[in-house]
Design a protein around this ligand. Structure first.
Ligand code: SAH
Length: 223
């Protein structure tokens, strides 16, 4: 995967980013490729300039339209769970592009990323950012991601959702390829980070629950 080319100074410098990586490691993220990719991804370019000095804190930050850029720990953790659950990860679907940060992380680890967002201005900005960073292996669509990728035929080795539905949408299970894995926060006010794995025959799903998390809700329709 291409290395993203970027520079940062002061609170966005390499040293500041290295401190974030140490923190993620201490929090229990152990996958070295995930840590390397987070270290290599310029999070300060995904938030407003006024918040750039906070970009390497391990915290969610506002990105407008009532949405947030996910906390780095959560991005790293979900990516790690996705990678750990399957040996074959060619095509990954992301629900909730937001500012495109998680998208950029995924795009450095898997060959093809498909990303769905229901708020058009967020998607437009994310597209521009990723283009500037030279990320070329992402396809975007403006749609309701609770229905999956809109063509109904594509299946994915991995699906990662940055928005929380009350229960796992059937359409996402249907778009998991045999052996595929879905990483998704599930619940209302209290949500549980959940992993669903489809077996190789394609007819059974196994569910694993991890820590409690706080995501924006998965809403239906487009805004
Ligand atoms: N990983 C993103 C997270 C953004 S927050 C980032 O770090 O920026 C979650 C995003 O999910 C929001 O942008 C929200 O608009 C989007 N979202 C919520 N419900 C959705 C749905 N049904 N389909 C597509 N996107 C959805």
């Amino acid at each position: 995967m291409d290395n993203l080319q970027f520079q940062g100074v002061g609170m966005t410098s390499k040293r500041t980013r290295d401190r974030l990586i140490e923190r993620l490691h201490e929090s229990g993220v152990t996958n070295q490729s995930v840590l390397d990719v987070v270290a290599n991804t310029p999070r300060h370019l995904f938030v407003d300039e006024a918040l750039a000095h906070r970009a390497y804190e391990d915290t969610a930050l506002p990105i407008g339209h009532g949405q947030t850029i996910s906390q780095p720990y959560i991005v790293a953790r979900m990516t790690e769970l996705l990678i750990a659950a399957t040996s074959r990860l060619t095509r990954v679907l992301e629900i909730g592009t937001g500012c495109g940060y998680q998208t950029a992380v995924l795009a450095q680890l898997v060959p093809e990323v498909f990303s769905v967002e229901r708020i058009k201005p967020l998607q437009d900005k994310a597209k521009t950012r990723l283009k500037k960073l030279g990320v070329k292996n992402v396809r975007f669509t403006y749609a309701d991601g609770s229905l999956g990728w809109p063509d109904d035929v594509t299946q994915f080795d991995g699906i990662l959702s940055a928005a929380a539905p009350r229960s796992v949408p059937e359409s996402l299970l249907a778009q998991l390829a045999p052996g595929g894995v879905l990483v998704i926060p599930v619940g209302g006010d209290t949500q549980v980070l959940t992993v669903v794995i489809r077996d190789e025959e394609g007819d059974a799903f196994t569910r694993h629950e991890y820590e409690s998390v706080k995501f924006v809700p998965m809403l239906s329709g487009r805004q």
